[in-house]
Structures are given as C-alpha cells and as structure tokens.
Ligand binder design. Structure first.
Ligand SMILES: NC(=O)c1ccc[n+]([C@@H]2O[C@H](COP(=O)([O-])OP(=O)(O)OC[C@H]3O[C@@H](n4cnc5c(N)ncnc54)[C@H](OP(=O)(O)O)[C@@H]3O)[C@@H](O)[C@H]2O)c1
Length: 328
C-alpha cells in the first residue's frame, strides 16, 4: 500500500494515517460539568508522541479549537515547532468555549465567528495558515452553511486556509460544502463496527477525502478494554453523551460491541498486525479515499498506530470475511 494519500481534489498529499488530537487536549467539560475530554493527560508525553509520529512519517494532524478548550492546539503547535512546514494541519471551528474554565459554552455558525475562531486558532497553533479548516457543527442548518462555504472560499483567496471540509455524518450536508471548489474532504465516523457506505460513495463520486474519526471505535478496537471496566471520571466515555456508542450507560465498554471485536480478531491480527493496526488496515481497504485519524495519548500508542502503515491494507477477501462474520 502507498503510505501517501491525496486529500481529495486539493492534491494536498498526506501520510495515509493522520493523528487525531482530541485526547491530548486533556480535561474540559460542558456547561453541566459533564466531561468532554479523555481524562488527564501528560503534556510532555503528548509532545514526545507528536514528535515521534513525525519521525515515523506522519504528516497529517487533526485537532479542533475546542479540544481541551484551546489546549490541544497549543500543545500541537508547541510539539511541531519548526517542523510545522512539514505537515498538513487540520483544525475546526463552530463550538464556543471558555479557555479559563475549560468549559463549552455555546455553538456559533455565523461567518463572523468563523473569522474570529480562525484568528484564535492561528495564534494557538503558532502558524500563519491552516491547511484544512473544518466546520465542527455536524447537524447545522445546511442552507445557512452556504454562507460559511463562501466565507471559506474567501479565506482561501486570502491565503489563511488552503482547503476546508464539514465534519458531519450526514452526506446531504457534506454535499452542500462539496459545491465549493476548495472543499476537499468530509470528516465523519467510520470504523469496522460503524460503516458509512453512503458517505463513502459521496466521497468517491465527488473526489473528497474521507477523514475517519473514531477509527478505533474510541478505543474498543484497540483491544485493551474489558467489559464494564471502569473509566476515569474525567473521561467522556465514563458518562457518554447520546451520540457516543459502545460504552453503554458509562459503566464501561459494552459487552456486545466487544463480542463483535472478538468475532473478527483473528483476521485483524493476521500478518503480524496488532488489533489496532488491523482496524486501521480495514479502513484503508474500505476505500481509496479514506484517511483514518486515530487518537493517541502516549509514545507507545503513536508508535503502534504509525506502524500500521508499513503493514498496509487488508485484502478484499478479508473484508468480505469480516462482513460475513458480522452478519452484514
Ligand atoms: N466531531 C468531530 O469532528 C470529531 C469527533 C470525534 C473525534 N474526532 C477526531 O478523530 C480523532 C480520533 O477519534 P477518537 O479520538 O474519537 O477515537 P479513536 O481514534 O477511535 O480512539 C482513540 C483512543 O483509543 C485509544 N488508543 C489509541 N491507540 C491505541 C493503541 N495503539 N492501543 C491501545 N489504545 C489505543 C486511546 O484511548 P485510551 O488509551 O484512553 O483507551 C485513544 O485516545 C480525534 O482525536 C479527533 O481528532 C472528531
């Protein structure tokens, strides 16, 4: 497998695996005090993990202004330092937060907020442009979103962003952004437990990259979670919002989801892959448009995930076997 993929119609080249920087933002919360981060993190370990990923050939990093209420962008900017020019940097706007209290306060889909948010992200990331700017409100009004698409086109002309995307699981919304010439991707949920055939069809038809969030099903496909194993109180998986699947009512991993992982374990771990590497290999086999962006919080996870690239994609035959085993 080629370890480089093109980010849709933009022609921008990225490593076939990107790194998702939500967890390294550390703890933050919603207005009711519910956790929105992945628990405590060690910033120095996060910096080491990002730099190790660079050494292993990772050139694509995805974050959002809101992860850790600005903290993820700061840590990523610091970790990249002078190597910023070597990478393709993606971040997101649309959610409003208080940096001091690390609390989500609102959402804002106005063009004025888009420009304000970009200025703040550039400062935190310590850069003069964002390579891929993504709209973070997945269920926003698609008609109104045309205004945001036009503003993004202006920002491309001004040299502040190179391309843009909508982070949404809805193909109809993604298609609205796709009308803009510099829209080049959709970020959406995709992993072998949660397929998204309609979105992949749209990506292939419209030459958009399919940037895969939650490629490890928020850790379930990495194999270390046992049924009902308790999670740290600051971890979003301990009090899952309605959209977060696979962690039941918060008492730990859902046994039914873990059974499905067990059903396909031997295929995923063939050819010397770890389970997480097999889950990433499934995504590359699923479509030539995919670019998975697994989260990480340690050098060890960075190394294991980056190591998946050398082992390549699963075969078409393995894909069919997995479909059969999962009864799809
Ligand atoms: N709306 C949006 O736009 C949106 C939403 C969600 C995510 N995203 C993006 O997508 C990225 C990835 O998705 P995600 O964070 O939801 O979940 P994910 O990538 O499916 O799972 C990441 C988690 O799995 C565990 N893990 C990762 N590598 C591992 C390994 N090699 N061995 C064992 N455990 C491992 C880590 O958690 P533990 O160590 O704690 O188990 C890690 O935080 C995010 O970082 C973010 O950039 C975007």
């Amino acid at each position: 497998m080629d370890t480089i993929r093109t980010l849709g119609r933009s022609g921008i080249e990225v490593s076939a695996l990107g790194f998702g920087c939500w967890a390294i933002g550390g703890e933050w919360q919603d207005a009711d005090g519910l956790p929105l981060g992945w628990g405590k993190v060690d910033d120095e370990e996060s910096v080491r993990a990002v730099r190790h990923a660079l050494d292993l050939g990772i050139t694509f990093f995805d974050t959002a202004d809101t992860y850790g209420a600005g903290h993820s962008e700061r840590v990523l900017g610091r970790a990249l330092g002078k190597r910023r020019a070597d990478v393709v940097l993606a971040t997101k706007w649309g959610i409003v937060f208080d940096e001091r209290t690390r609390t989500l306060t609102d959402r804002d889909d106005s063009p004025a907020h888009l420009r304000r948010a970009l200025t703040a992200s550039l400062r935190r990331l310590d850069t003069d442009h964002v390579d891929l700017y993504q709209f973070h409100i997945g269920d926003a009004d698609p008609e109104h979103a045309t205004l945001l698409r036009d503003t993004c086109e202006d920002l491309v002309r001004e040299g502040l962003i190179r391309a843009y995307a909508w982070s949404t699981d809805d193909p109809a919304r993604a298609a609205v952004f796709a009308e803009g010439p510099h829209c080049t991707a959709v970020q959406h949920a995709l992993n072998l437990l949660q397929d998204a055939p309609d979105m992949l069809r749209l990506c292939e038809e419209r030459d958009l990259a399919s940037i895969n969030r939650s490629p490890l099903a928020m850790g379930l496909l990495a194999g270390k979670r046992r049924a009902h194993q308790p999670l740290e109180s600051g971890d979003i998986r301990s009090r899952p919002p309605a959209w977060l699947q696979g962690f039941g009512d918060g008492s730990g991993a859902d046994p039914e989801w873990l059974d499905r992982v067990e059903a396909v374990r031997s295929i995923l771990t063939s050819e010397g892959r770890t389970l997480a590497q097999g889950a990433l290999a499934w995504l590359w086999a699923r479509s030539p448009a995919t670019v998975p962006i697994p989260g990480f919080r340690s050098v060890a996870q960075a190394e294991e995930n980056a190591g998946a690239m050398a082992k390549g994609a699963l075969t078409g035959e393995q894909l069919s076997e997995i479909e059969q085993l999962l009864g799809r």
